[in-house]
Design a protein around this ligand. Structure first.
Ligand code: ADP
Length: 368
């Protein structure tokens, strides 16, 4: 099995830095704790991947077909919130095919010349994984269109009247893109991917299976009730389940005999301020700010981010997807709004809502 090559500027804040295991690892996000090196817990084979069944089945077919035809995989785009398995799928495909994998990030590819070495050095059938592909500048994006379509790059030599374009043929390889914002990708780029797979949040059963397997990998003993509790409080996200498991394991070692019982798990999670539904401090702060400062909304995400002093990207990528999925907030063209369920979760009274009056109602009242 070949080792993946990880390239890109580790200080760019891109996904590549997350996997280097360097000091840059602490830059995962604002507000949330660093989540440890996930690579040890990452499934290596398609058969080890938990959940995401429909996606895994389609990829199995794709793999079998590519192997039989002796051709590279089609270009694949994975989208979905962070920590659901986009990188994992790319790595699993590289392991299944036994081909070279190069990893970079859209944020690290500032100029055409940054991406050039990845293209010209790509071996036949290899995989180039571009994390955060929505951060590719438009010029770089346009530069890779002919790569994705015809496996060639068009290089312009010289300037002005004497400028000429040469076409450089490339080996046939696969680009796997990952994004948390497929909406930010231009239509032409999206259309050049042969497959587009959306990853969903995990259900509690799948997270419980992931925790059971990973507890064994970490040599931690955990009772089924604690596994279930952790799974239920992991925000539907595999990476968060791993992070919570590591924290609970450490807590059990420091404060108990190392064995993860239900009460140890609950105490550890309470210390991290993770509530019964798995929401953390940042999630609750989002809801509280929306209620206290903006009267429950609707309000724009920019105003909310400025008040909370966090970036809009953090709110959009990490906080909101799960709150929307659990229906604690709704998003409309007018902005974000807390639902009755959101008020209930925080134990706050919901202000009476103005009924939507028909247009003639104010006039009728005037004459009463
Ligand atoms: P993303 O690239 O979407 O941000 P990753 O692929 O890096 O997320 O996943 C984060 C971690 O979650 C992985 O290291 C792996 O341990 C775990 N993980 C993700 N998907 C799965 C899965 N389907 N089954 C088991 N573990 C998973």
């Amino acid at each position: 099995m070949r080792e993946p090559t990880i390239k890109g500027n580790p200080n760019s804040g891109g996904g590549a830095s997350r996997r280097t295991g360097s000091a840059a690892e602490t830059t995962t996000s604002e507000g949330r704790a660093p989540e440890g090196n996930d690579d040890k817990l990452r499934p290596q084979r398609l058969s080890e991947v938990i959940g995401q069944r429909a996606v895994a089945e389609r990829l199995t077919i794709c793999l079998a077909a590519a192997k039989k035809r002796g051709e590279p995989l089609p270009h694949i785009l994975f989208d979905g919130p962070p920590g659901l398995g986009k990188t994992t799928f790319a790595m699993v495909l590289h392991n299944e095919l036994g081909v070279e994998l190069n990893i970079t990030s859209g944020a690290a590819l500032d100029k055409k010349m940054d991406v050039m070495p990845f293209l010209t050095n790509a071996a036949e059938g290899s995989i180039l994984f571009i994390d955060e592909i929505h951060r590719l500048p438009r010029a770089v994006e346009e530069f890779i269109y002919p790569v994705m379509e015809d496996f060639r790059v068009d290089v312009v030599l010289g300037e002005g009247m004497s400028a000429r374009t040469i076409n450089l043929p490339l080996k046939k390889f696969t680009i796997i893109g990952a994004t948390t914002r497929s909406g930010m990708l231009s239509g032409p780029l999206r259309e050049r991917f042969g497959m587009h797979e959306h990853l969903e949040f995990y259900d509690v059963e799948d997270l419980a299976r992931i925790i059971t397997i990973n507890a064994a990998k970490l040599r931690a003993t955990i009772v089924p009730e604690a596994t279930w509790e952790l799974a239920a409080r992991s925000r539907g996200t595999a990476r968060i389940a791993n992070a919570r498991l590591r924290w609970v394991r450490d807590y059990a070692l420091a404060r108990a005999d190392g064995h993860i019982s239900l009460s140890v798990a609950c105490d550890a999670l309470a210390m991290q301020e993770v509530d019964k539904e798995g929401l953390d401090k940042q999630d609750r702060r989002y809801l509280e700010t929306l209620i206290r400062v903006f009267g429950g909304g609707p309000t724009g995400v920019e105003a909310l981010a400025a008040t909370m002093n966090v970036s809009v990207d953090t709110l959009k990528d990490e906080v909101e997807p799960y709150l929307l999925r659990r229906e604690y907030v709704v998003r409309s063209p007018r902005g974000r709004e807390v639902t009755s369920k959101g008020y209930l979760h925080l134990g706050l009274p919901e202000p009476p809502r103005e009924p939507d009056l028909p247009l003639f109602e104010p006039q009728r009242r005037l004459f009463q």
